[in-house]
Design a protein around this ligand. Sequence first.
Ligand SMILES: [Zn+2]
Length: 259
Amino acid sequence: MPADRQLAHLRAPDIARCLGARSIVVQPLGAIEQHGPHLPFNTDLLIAERVATAAVERVGDELDVWLLPALAYTKSNEHAWAPGTMWLSASTLLAVLDDLGRCVAMTPARRLVFLNGHGGNSALLNVANRELRLRHGLMTFLAHPGLPPDQGGASPAGELGMGIHGGTDETSLMLHLAPELVDVSSAVRRVPEHLAANRYVRFGGPVSFGWLSNDFGDDGHIGDPEAATAERGAQLFAGAIDAFCGALAEVSAFEFRAP
Ligand SMILES: [Zn+2]
């Protein structure tokens, strides 16, 4: 059995030998999409990969977790205007997730966890969770390294609840994980403050809206990267690993009906 618990490092006979009905398969999802002038295209991919890897290192043996290679290309069409963004359409990604679910269902494992680093995937992954449950009989789960504000998560006070893309938290994480890929000199605050007073029509609010990342300005990020620090990133990273490990423990014990 490979110590790193990467499913792709197994050999064919290992699948029946190492995986069982209680095994958990983790599929990280990232994105290759513009993240403003200060962050690299692979921001979401790198964060999802690093959180997944660290969590599986910590609790993989205890909870029988297997890590799949991250899916780099996902539904990033809110950034379709920016050259370098590599995105799949909603129908393509749903079909890819269905194919992956079918493949996981061929193994003895019955629990599949998506660890999603890109908020633009969240709605579709919730749809996929139910489709895969119905079609392939899997128990399916969706987790995030940090829930983005447009999906109901929190944002630092200075961002007025709108640090949804390339803002304080994401930039802090990258300053901690891959500072060589961050251009701090081009990190400027871009918060659509005129929306802050809205009670209903706001990010993560009761009335959602379709948006593209250049609707708010030409830079393409929405948030305040100026407030980012590597120290904050280290705390967020540690918190994300703790939270995902806790989530995996509950996934491992989860049953629909009381015993
Ligand atoms: Zn991102």
